[in-house]
Write a protein that binds this ligand. Sequence first.
Ligand code: CA
Length: 236
Amino acid sequence: MNLRQEILLIEDEKNICNFIATTLRAQDYKVSFAHNAANGMSLAASGCPDLILLDLGLPDMDGIDVIHNIREWSSIPIIVISARTQEKEKVEALDAGADDYITKPFGTPELMARIRTALRRSSLNGGVPASDQDRYTAKGLVIDYGKHIITVDGNIVHFTQIEYKILTFLARNSGKVITYDTLITHVWGPYADSNNRILRVNMANIRRKLEHNSADPQYIFTEIGIGYRMIDNENL
Ligand code: CA
């Protein structure tokens, strides 16, 4: 692609802002930035960026409200920048419609990987032939959605209906963190008990069937206090 993608950075700490902007420009992204929520939202509307990096702690407005505001009119990917200890905020941000989060301090490769994943996912939503989405493949794991068949290294693995639902939902959202509540609502419906004990039991069974070593998973990762992230689909 020759067209440079534009990233809008909404972050009030100027040194962090400069660091990220320099990093992104070195990777050939176009960067615009705002140091508060009001400017950020107005740039998001006027500039039509391809992705937004959003700090949650802004001087004029709660970052969660910024996400709600932008989500009223746009599905631009939003990656939240948050501090290490803010588990609750990360969950709120994801549930409000953020696509991902990155925890400070983070390295350039991690930031770039998150940005590439979010941009790729958003370009997919623009329309991909159904056949390309009919299959999930990663490290020897293949999910054939059409045939409802899951294989690991060529061997068929059997899952209960609930396990299949959990697994395919994570696979269809691979690379993205899915919060416990989102997953529970998807599998058991909006009135389900938000206690995640049953989810944990099912996840333990899924891992036992899927992973070579459940203690060191290679397909489904736990984001402690937040949810699960499935490894990227190699097909996309
Ligand atoms: Ca801040």
